[in-house]
Design a protein around this ligand. Structure first.
Ligand SMILES: [Zn+2]
Length: 243
């Protein structure tokens, strides 16, 4: 059996993966990867203001957010989306959650991983998720953790673009052309009924990153005509044979 190509997205709340790496998800699904999307919570308390203003109960808010995320995942071609329901504002990232996520990382054996920026003073759930993901990645690599399971190699962790990038100390070193799958990303964005105010904002971000893709792929001397792109910051060095 040939090796499956896999990737793992770890999203603090149910919608984060859509705005920040929906294009990367759709593109890799299209290229034969199986992308697993793991939502640590539904973002029920902190990222569902409109539903609370409408008088919904906690259980209703969670159910609506879950359905929205599942619809968005479907629009991106994802077949494997999972919800750990760890609560939000704040997330409960205790030892039980850690064991669960380490098991999932080892099961998926991702070629690369995606998560939040390392710093986010507006939303500590986001930055705590990244620290948690790095810890889980480290444990998944340890031969002494649950011996007998397949240990993890060294997948890159790409940090996807936060809201208000400058405040997060986030600096992209990779631009991905998502023009071919933009319609899918926009369709996924439009599944997020509770966050209408972000639809055009993230369309605009993708257009601006498309400009950066063009500039960095050659600019006026032959850059690729990407219309939409996503930016990522990688945590680990790349190992290469040629520069
Ligand atoms: Zn979030």
């Amino acid at each position: 059996m040939s090796e499956r190509k896999t990737a793992l997205v770890i999203s603090a709340h149910a919608a984060d993966f859509v705005w920040r790496c929906g294009g990367a998800i759709a593109l890799h699904q299209k290229r034969g990867y199986e992308v697993t999307v793991l939502c640590l919570s539904y973002g029920e308390r902190g990222e569902s203001a409109r539903l609370w203003k409408e008088g919904k109960s906690l259980d209703e808010v969670k159910a609506i957010r879950k359905a929205e995320a599942e619809n968005a995942a479907k629009a991106l071609g994802v077949r494997d989306i999972r919800f750990l329901d760890l609560g939000d504002y704040p997330l409960d990232l205790g030892p039980a959650a850690q064991d669960q996520v380490v098991d999932i990382i080892r099961e998926v054996q991702p070629a690369f991983m995606l998560s939040h920026s390392q710093y986010d003073p507006y939303n500590t759930d986001h930055m705590r998720t990244t620290e948690f993901v790095l810890t889980c990645r480290m444990i998944a690599q340890a031969w002494g953790h649950n011996p007998g399971q397949r240990v993890l190699g060294a997948p890159q962790l790409y940090l996807f673009e936060p809201h208000q990038t400058e405040q997060m100390g986030w600096k992209p070193d990779t631009f991905l052309d998502i023009t071919d799958v933009w319609d899918q990303k926009r369709a996924a964005i439009e599944c997020m009924e509770g966050q209408h105010h972000l639809w055009d904002f993230y369309t605009n971000v993708a257009e601006n990153r498309g400009n950066h893709f063009r500039r960095n792929s050659g600019g006026m001397a032959g850059g690729r005509p990407a219309k939409y792109a996503e930016g990522f910051q990688s945590v680990f060095p790349r190992t290469v044979d040629e520069l």
